[in-house]
Ligand binder design. Structure first.
Ligand SMILES: [Cu+2]
Length: 269
């Protein structure tokens, strides 16, 4: 009896090993090279959760083990944006977004403890660069137990202007079209005074961090600043949308020691 309980307590759920290939990831700028398809396919990510039946609002530890095709751990990683691995967690309807950084435990294993706000399906996307192989991402869908809330529609914004945490953020895009490098400009003002904010602090070493996912899933665009030392009011980034369709964009910036996240939805013709 006691043994059985112990086993349950330490049981980790081993999820299927296949991640998406990193070829859908598009980098601009000079910071990190992007893994080609063959390099990305030579790397596997195993995702494990600390609970077999993860519950909403319960601390859950995610372990990501990076290994080669033969199951040998890959244990050296290049640092990108100050971290060896970035994890993005999104709900299926993209209404929930979380950007977290696991600790490297050695032997190819990263862990982070987090919580999921509701029942339902979530995608865990890990973004990392095995030494010498370039940046790639692998992802895994998980299910949080219980009755999922109704999915929120992912509708393109009528106007690309949002108020969040006392800031008004306006997004402009120079040429919104697929398959062409373009610039995203986030212009940030104080919501009360309407004055431009010029004292942004570096977040992950640059003016900000932008994540872009497509509505259907499967495309993860990790975007780079074109002027990484800006402190506002403009934060500019380069990316390429690989296909036409609906994409959600999250910009993350820091002021007064606090990170704020502003989401937009665009329809790329
Ligand atoms: Cu990150």
């Amino acid at each position: 009896m006691k043994i059985g309980l112990t086993v349950i307590a330490i049981a980790a759920v081993l999820l299927t090993a296949c991640g998406k290939s990193g070829e859908a990831m598009h980098h601009s700028g000079t910071m990190a090279s992007v893994a080609d398809a063959a390099q990305a396919e030579s790397v596997e990510a195993m995702f494990m959760l600390s609970s077999e039946q993860p519950q909403p609002n319960q601390d859950t530890t995610i372990t990501v083990r990076i290994q080669d095709k033969d199951g040998n751990p890959i244990d050296e990683f290049d640092v990108q944006h100050e971290k060896q691995m970035h994890i993005i967690v999104v709900s299926k309807d993209l209404s929930f977004f979380n950007h977290i950084h696991p600790d490297y435990k050695g032997n190819g294993e990263f862990t982070v403890t987090t919580a999921f706000p509701t029942a339902g399906e979530y995608e865990i996307i890990s973004d990392f660069a095995p030494a010498g192989k370039g940046a790639m991402n692998k992802s895994q869908w998980i299910t949080i137990q219980g009755t999922a809330p109704e999915a929120q529609p992912i509708e393109p914004d009528a106007a690309l202007i949002k108020e969040v945490d006392g800031k008004v953020v306006a997004l402009s895009i120079d040429h919104l079209m697929a398959n062409m490098e373009l610039e995203l400009n986030f212009n940030i003002k104080d919501a009360q005074t309407k004055q431009p904010i010029a004292d942004l602090q570096p977040y992950l070493g640059t003016v900000g961090h932008v994540v872009i996912l497509n509505k259907e899933g499967g495309e993860y665009l990790h975007v780079h600043p074109s002027d990484e030392h800006s402190s506002g009011p403009d934060a500019k980034f380069m990316t390429t949308f690989p296909h036409s369709g609906v994409y959600k964009i999250w910009g993350q910036f820091q002021q007064n020691g606090k990170v704020f996240t502003v989401p937009f939805v665009v329809n790329v013709p």
